[in-house]
Ligand binder design. Structure first.
Ligand SMILES: Nc1ncnc2c1ncn2[C@@H]1O[C@H](COP(=O)(O)OP(=O)(O)OP(=O)(O)O)[C@@H](O)[C@H]1O
Length: 639
C-alpha cells in the first residue's frame, strides 16, 4: 500500500465518522459520501479494503451478454463512435448491464494489460456491492449520471482511475445498461472531467434513442418537447403507441413527466413501468385519431390533467414490415459491428474479415466506387491488434507520377531535383506499426509495383537516394474498383505483386443489391430527422451508382430541404423523385391500383380524411398509415 492509498483510507474514515453537519463532511460531494456510507453500512466493507475488480469467467460473461444480444448490436455502433471521439484523449468506453458487469468495451488494444488489470475490460464486475463507490456502481444505485474521479472511489485500488457513467433506460421502464468512459491517468482537479461526462451523456442518449426507435419500429413514435426547449435533443419526451393508441413504450424523461402528471409515485429504477397500456386519451386532451400525421410548426398537444402544452417535434409512422434480421450469436468486434446493418452478404464479409484480424495476410477489398472500401479498411484496422498504430490511406491514382515514389518510399536530402534538404519519411514508413491502405492499387505505375513488391517481400523500405533499407512492419490492405485479375491479364499489373497483395479477398456488395437500405437510412439520419414512407420508397427505387457516398449526399441534401425535421419526396433531389413517381404510377405493381383507388376516394371527398376513413370502415390512423405507405399526401398538408 503506498502513501496516497493510506491517505485515502484515512480520508474515508474521517468523512464517515464526522457528524453530518460538520464542515469537514460538507466538503464532500453528497453523492460520493452517500455511496461511501452504503459501502460500509450496506455492503459491510472495511475502509481499508483493497481489491481489484472481479472479472467473471467467459461462461458467466456470456450469461450476462446473452439476454442483451439485440440491444448490444445497436449499442456497439454507438460505443464504437464514442470511442473514436475519446480515444485521442486517452479514454476507453465500456458498456455494462444493469448488474454492473462490463459486457462490451472499446479500448486501446496496446494497453490491454493495464486496462484489464484496472478492470476496464469485458467481464469486470462494477456494481457498488462488488467494487465499492465507482462510476458504474453509483450510477446504478442512484439512476443518475456522475463522474467518480480518482479519490472519489471507495476502494483505494481504484484511485488512479477517472470514470464517468450514464444510465440508459429501456422503453419498458427499467434501467437497462450503463455507458462508462474511463481513463487510467488524468489531471487532478475533478472539474477537468466535466466535458467527458457530457460526451458520455450525449452518446448514452443516442444509444437509448436508437434502441427506442428499433424496439418501436412497428409503432407510432411521438417526439414531444417543452415549448421553450425545442432545440435541446436531451429534453425530448419519447412515447410509442400501438395502432389502437395504447402506450407501449417511453423514454425515462417521459416516464418521470407522466408519473407526475398522473399522480403516480416514482418507481424503483429496476421496475417495469406501470404507464404501459395507458390510452392516449387518458394522457392527452386530444384523441389519438386527431393526431396530425404531418405536424406543422404550431402543432402541440395538451396534457389532460395539467393542461400543459407540449410541442410535437415529430410523429414517426411505423416502418413498413421487412424481413427481420437474424441477430448473430457471436458478435463481431465493435468497430466491425458499427458497419453491420443487416445485409446478409455484407455481414458474411464482416465475419470473414473478423477471422483475419490478427493474421499477417494482406487483404484486397473489391467494390464499386463509394461502396465503403476505405471505411471498411479503417474499421478493420480499428478492430485489429494494430488499432493503436497509424492507419495511412494512399490513393495511388491521385498522387502525381513524379511524386509517387518519394511520397511512398521517402527520400534522402537532395536525392532528386526538387527534393528537400531534410530526409523525407515516406507514407509506408509513416504506417509502421499500423495499417497501410492502398486505394486504387490497380492504377499504380509498373515501375513502382516492383519496389512495392520488395517492401512486402523483404519487409523493409528503401527511401529514394538511400543506401540502407529501413525495416518496416505494416499490414497492407489494398482496394480496387476494377478486378485486379483483369489488370494482370492485360499486363498492367505484376502477377507476383497481385499474389502477394491478394492474401484474402473481401468483396463489398453494391448498395442496390443490399437489403439493409432502410437501416442505413435510419443510421445516417441518426434519429434527427423522420422520413415518410413515400420518400423511403423513392430511395428504394434508385439505382445508386455512387453507392453509400451517394446515399449520404442525398440524405444530407434532404435534411437541408426538410421542414419540421420530416423528409418528404419533394425534399429529395429531382432525379430521385422522378424514379419514384415512375415506379408507383407506371409499373404494374399491385400497390398502383390500391393507390389509384384511394386517391379517387380522397379526391371525391375533397381530402376529408375522416369521411374517407368512415366510408372505408377503417380508423383515421389506419388511413394515414395507408396513405404514407402508398406515398399519397393531401394537398391540404402542404406548407
Ligand atoms: N457503413 C457506412 N455507413 C454510412 N456511410 C458510409 C458507410 N460506408 C461508406 N459510407 C459513406 O460513403 C463514403 C465513401 O466511402 P469510402 O470512401 O469508404 O468508399 P470507397 O469504396 O473507398 O470509395 P472509392 O472507390 O471512391 O474510393 C464515405 O465517406 C461515407 O460518407
Amino acid at each position: 500500500m503506498n502513501l496516497t492509498q493510506r491517505e485515502h483510507i484515512a480520508t474515508v474514515v474521517n468523512a464517515l465518522s464526522a457528524s453530518p453537519s460538520s464542515m469537514a463532511v460538507q466538503h464532500y460531494d453528497p453523492q460520493i459520501r452517500d455511496s461511501w456510507r452504503r459501502c460500509v453500512e450496506l455492503y459491510g466493507f472495511e475502509p481499508g479494503r483493497m481489491q481489484q475488480a472481479r472479472i467473471l469467467t467467459a461462461r458467466e460473461l456470456n450469461d450476462h451478454r446473452q439476454p442483451l444480444d439485440e440491444f448490444r448490436h445497436i449499442a456497439q455502433q454507438g460505443l464504437a463512435q464514442l470511442y473514436q471521439q475519446i480515444a485521442p484523449a486517452g479514454y476507453m468506453a465500456l458498456l455494462t448491464d444493469a448488474h454492473g458487469v462490463a459486457i462490451d468495451y472499446c479500448g486501446d488494444q496496446q494497453a490491454e494489460i493495464p486496462l484489464r488489470r484496472a478492470g476496464l475490460f469485458p467481464g469486470a464486475q462494477w456494481s457498488e456491492a462488488s467494487a465499492g463507490t465507482c462510476a458504474v456502481g453509483t450510477a446504478l444505485a442512484t439512476g443518475k449520471a456522475l463522474t467518480v474521479h480518482q479519490t472519489d472511489h471507495f476502494d483505494a485500488t481504484h484511485i488512479p482511475l477517472t470514470c464517468s457513467a450514464v444510465p440508459l433506460f429501456d422503453p419498458t421502464g427499467p434501467l437497462l445498461a450503463i455507458v462508462d468512459i474511463s481513463a487510467l491517468h488524468s489531471p487532478q482537479p475533478k472539474n477537468n472531467q466535466h466535458l467527458a461526462l457530457q460526451i458520455a451523456q450525449i452518446a448514452a442518449r443516442q444509444i437509448e434513442n436508437a434502441w427506442f426507435s428499433h424496439r418501436h419500429r412497428q409503432d407510432w413514435i411521438l417526439r414531444l418537447s417543452e415549448p421553450d426547449l425545442c432545440l435541446a435533443a436531451d429534453s425530448e419526451f419519447l412515447l410509442a403507441f400501438n395502432d389502437s393508441g395504447q402506450l407501449v413504450g417511453h423514454n425515462h424523461r417521459a416516464q418521470r413527466m407522466l408519473e407526475t402528471e398522473l399522480g403516480l409515485s416514482a418507481l424503483a429504477l429496476h421496475s417495469l413501468s406501470p404507464l404501459r397500456g395507458q390510452r392516449f386519451a387518458q394522457i392527452f386532451q386530444q384523441s389519438f385519431e386527431q393526431l396530425p400525421v404531418y405536424p406543422d410548426r404550431q402543432a402541440s398537444l395538451d396534457l389532460l390533467h395539467s393542461q400543459r402544452s407540449l410541442i410535437i417535434s415529430a410523429l414517426v409512422a411505423p416502418a413498413p414490415r421487412r424481413q427481420q434480421r437474424q441477430i448473430v450469436s457471436s458478435p463481431l468486434p465493435a468497430a466491425l459491428t458499427a458497419l453491420d446493418s443487416g445485409d446478409a452478404a455484407f455481414h458474411r464479409q464482416l465475419q470473414r474479415a473478423a477471422k483475419l484480424l490478427n493474421s499477417s495476410l494482406s487483404l484486397v477489398i473489391h467494390g464499386e466506387t463509394g461502396s465503403g472500401k476505405e471505411i471498411f479498411a479503417k474499421a478493420f484496422h480499428q478492430a485489429s491488434g494494430r488499432a493503436a498504430g497509424p492507419f495511412i490511406a494512399i490513393n495511388c491514382a491521385a498522387i502525381p507520377a513524379t511524386l509517387i515514389e518519394s511520397e511512398l518510399f521517402g527520400a534522402m536530402p537532395g536525392s532528386f531535383s526538387g527534393a528537400s534538404s531534410k530526409p523525407k519519411r515516406g507514407l509506408i514508413q509513416e504506417a509502421n506499426g499500423g495499417t497501410l491502405f492502398l486505394d486504387e492499387i490497380g492504377d499504380m505505375p509498373l515501375a513502382l509495383q516492383s519496389r512495392l513488391l520488395r517492401v512486402l517481400a523483404e519487409r523493409e523500405v528503401l527511401p529514394v537516394g538511400a543506401s540502407r533499407p529501413i525495416p518496416i512492419d505494416v499490414r497492407v490492405i489494398s482496394a480496387s474498383h476494377h478486378p485486379l485479375q483483369q489488370r494482370v491479364d492485360s499486363g498492367h499489373f505484376r502477377a507476383d505483386l497481385y499474389y502477394r497483395l491478394n492474401g484474402a479477398r473481401i468483396t463489398l456488395p453494391p448498395l442496390r443489391e443490399r437489403s439493409d437500405l432502410d437501416a442505413l437510412i435510419d443510421t445516417l439520419l441518426a434519429a434527427r430527422y423522420g422520413i415518410s414512407a413515400a420518400a423511403r420508397h423513392c430511395l428504394q427505387q434508385h439505382h445508386w451508382p455512387g453507392n453509400l457516398r451517394e446515399l449520404r449526399n442525398v440524405l444530407d441534401y434532404a435534411c437541408e430541404m426538410a421542414e419540421q425535421g420530416w423528409i418528404e419526396p419533394h425534399d429529395l433531389p429531382e432525379e430521385l423523385q422522378v424514379s419514384a413517381t415512375t415506379a408507383i404510377f407506371a409499373s404494374p405493381q399491385p400497390q398502383c391500383a390500391e393507390a389509384e383507388q384511394l386517391l379517387q376516394s380522397l379526391r371525391a371527398a375533397q381530402w376529408n380524411r375522416a369521411a374517407v376513413a368512415r366510408q372505408l370502415g377503417i380508423s383515421r390512423m389506419t388511413l394515414y398509415r395507408r396513405m404514407q405507405r402508398l406515398g399519397i399526401r393531401s394537398p391540404l398538408d402542404s406548407h
